[in-house]
Design a binder for this molecule. Sequence first.
Ligand SMILES: [Zn+2]
Length: 158
Amino acid sequence: MKAKNLLKAKIERLYRMDKESDRYRVCLNDGVEFMANDRREKHCCPECADEYSNEKKRLAKLEEQQSLIETEEVLNEIIEQINNEEKNLKILDQFHLKANGSKFNMDYLSSIGFDFFSNNGKGELFNIDPQLNCHFIQIGSYRLYRVEFSEVLIKKII
Ligand SMILES: [Zn+2]
């Protein structure tokens, strides 16, 4: 609600103020009470109608900008995720893995930029107590199994 606009036109009101009447209005823009000459009136004067409509447009534009910013943030997150997955794959491709997998220290992997959270999914391990909530993660055609507290077994699957 805006402060009263001193420049607004004085409209001659044809009806006596009566809050019970269906012509009674409270201006959507500045809260001024008035009796509508025309039942379609929602604002006490054209200036208020303009101000109200401009404010609505301004808010709609702001909302649109906000939604664009949010979309951009989501896209940036997706791009970052893809970049991290590519980086992970490059690191994994450098390793000469034994056929049944090779063990790596997790701190070492982190130190060379490996990101365990950027993966293509994880799978359950069925040969382990389910209460331990053990999973392998998959990155491209690699599977990573956490075999010790700070060690992962990396295996290439075909
Ligand atoms: Zn008004």
